[in-house]
Design a protein around this ligand. Structure first.
Ligand SMILES: Cc1cc2nc3c(=O)[nH]c(=O)nc-3n(C[C@H](O)[C@H](O)[C@H](O)COP(=O)(O)OP(=O)(O)OC[C@H]3O[C@@H](n4cnc5c(N)ncnc54)[C@H](O)[C@@H]3O)c2cc1C
Length: 459
């Protein structure tokens, strides 16, 4: 049967929407969050249910089409979309069921974190995720997941109880600690290598109102603040999370006009506890280096989650490089200062996310995510709306990364990488790589799912 005939046949059996080049919705549907990515799939299939996912896997297999899996479309390397292949778009699988008695949350693979936060907040619960609410649940979770609640509750995968997953042969299985435990181990950090996850079951935690927001200091004070922060964040109560940023002050409220578009450093706090306790914990930095500006207030957790969404809408040019760090030496701080002063556009930034606390208490071999001994996950992010600035933001991110790489562990968070080759992927997984390759060989021996940070099946 010709491919065209197979597509006609497939359309008759598929419940969701099938898009081909030339269809009215195709151009919009092939766009991903990062506007640098411009791929033209042969087919985009927007799955209405698990049966559609199974049909899509079989359709691709029978017709030798490469497959990409799209959750929220936020992957900076654009791994949710492929050229000349079939995109399994899970966006219609959008449902969240909160069970307050067991504190568990069932999430469809098409959800963004805003969907989850909205649903859980009504019950005074939250699932640990990232810092931008438009990010997809699926991709973020499968790579690890780090954000405002990480020090207290661990990575997103540390709160994952089970997944429903369609494998490369089109079969459907559940993976959890009890069922297909090897697969469950691999999906907790191994990315989209093992199948199409159609739903996630998470443990949620009592989080409702947090004391949160940024404090800003001038770059002249950044070295002192960083030195204070490196000690503070390894000893602070785990209820206190704070990621460090080199940034340019956004050109609008609530930032005072005199600070707007100034390059500064910041710590974005999230404290689970009372404002009184938060103020006691933060008193030392406020008296040592009073912030030039702060926006620290009690707020509903979903408000914090959406705080930066407006700064980073979809459709910007986006290039980033990343590494894990175990320390922040004086020499590393010097490099940070040099490259922060060169921030190329106001949306470009550098973040150091703390991944200590609970994350460090999980052993390196308990999940595929191996960097359990890191203190920070760092990322240098070049961002701008203008495609003409693509070179400028890319060169800055690469230069900053090159300067800091010698101070890192050698590996990076899978979800903060562009397409950087096999060595970088191995460095991310370290000792877990060979076990991942064995699980891959068991569940996807032909490397059907290869549009991802790819783990090759063991021979
Ligand atoms: C603005 C922004 C902010 C971010 N902030 C954070 C943060 O705070 N914390 C953090 O940890 N990460 C963060 N990230 C990184 C984010 O985790 C990754 O970009 C992630 O890949 C996004 O997931 P997605 O579902 O939106 O991506 P997509 O582009 O849809 O998918 C990316 C890849 O994930 C895999 N995948 C997606 N869905 C499935 C599925 N259902 N089954 C199997 N495989 C699947 C596939 O390999 C796919 O290629 C951020 C990214 C951006 C752009």
């Amino acid at each position: 049967m010709s491919l065209q005939q197979a597509i006609i046949d497939f359309r008759g059996r598929f419940r969701g929407t099938v898009l081909e080049p030339g269809d009215a919705a195709y151009e919009e549907a092939r766009k991903v969050y990062n506007a640098m990515i411009d791929r033209k799939p042969r087919l985009i299939v927007q799955c209405a249910d698990v049966a559609d996912v199974i049909a899509a896997v079989r359709m691709a297999k029978n017709n030798n089409l490469p497959v990409s899996i799209r959750g929220g479309g936020h992957n900076a390397a654009g791994l949710g979309v492929c050229d000349d292949g079939l995109v399994i778009d899970l966006a219609p699988l959008k449902y969240v069921r909160v069970d307050p008695s067991s504190r568990t949350v069932l999430v469809g693979a098409g959800c963004k974190w805003a969907d989850v936060d909205h649903a859980t907040h009504a019950f005074g619960l939250a699932v640990p995720s990232g810092i931008i609410s438009t990010t997809g649940v699926a991709g973020l979770t499968l790579g690890g997941g780090m954000g405002h609640l990480t020090r207290k509750f661990g990575l997103t995968i540390d709160n994952l109880l089970s997944v429903d997953i369609v494998l490369a042969d089109g079969s459907f299985v559940v993976a959890s600690a009890e069922e297909n435990a090897d697969l469950f181990w691999a999906v907790r950090g191994g990315g989209g290598n093992f199948g199409v996850v159609t739903s996630f079951l998470f443990e949620a935690h009592p989080v409702h109102t947090v004391c949160a927001g940024p404090m800003l200091w001038s770059l002249d004070e950044a070295a002192d603040v960083m030195k204070w922060y490196r000690e503070f964040i390894t000893q602070a109560p785990e209820e206190m999370n704070g990621f460090f940023a080199m940034m340019t002050v956004p050109p609008g409220p609530p930032f005072p006009q005199e600070l707007q578009l100034r390059k500064m450093c910041a710590i974005v706090w999230c404290y689970q506890g009372s404002m009184e306790q938060a103020n006691t914990i933060l008193e030392p930095i406020r008296s040592y280096r009073p912030p030039a500006f702060e926006f620290f207030a009690a707020m509903p957790y979903p408000m914090l989650q959406g705080m930066f969404d407006g700064i980073y809408p979809a459709g910007l040019q986006w290039y980033w490089k990343a590494d894990f760090f175990k320390e922040l030496s004086d020499a590393a701080i010097e490099k940070h200062l040099k490259h922060a002063a060169l921030l190329p556009t106001w949306q470009s930034t550098m973040h150091l996310y703390p991944v200590n606390g609970k994350v460090n208490r999980v052993s390196e071999t308990e999940t595929a995510f191996s960097h359990r001994d890191a203190i920070w996950s760092g990322v240098m992010v070049g961002v701008d709306p203008d495609p003409g600035n693509r070179g400028k933001i890319t060169e800055w991110a690469k230069g900053y990364y090159d300067a800091l790489h010698p101070f890192g562990t050698g590996g990076a968070y899978l979800n903060f990488m562009m397409e950087e080759g096999e060595e970088r992927i191995r460095a991310s997984f370290r000792g877990n790589y060979s076990r991942l390759a064995a699980v891959k060989a068991k569940y996807d021996p032909g490397n059907f799912f290869h549009v991802n940070q790819n783990i090759r099946p063991a021979a």
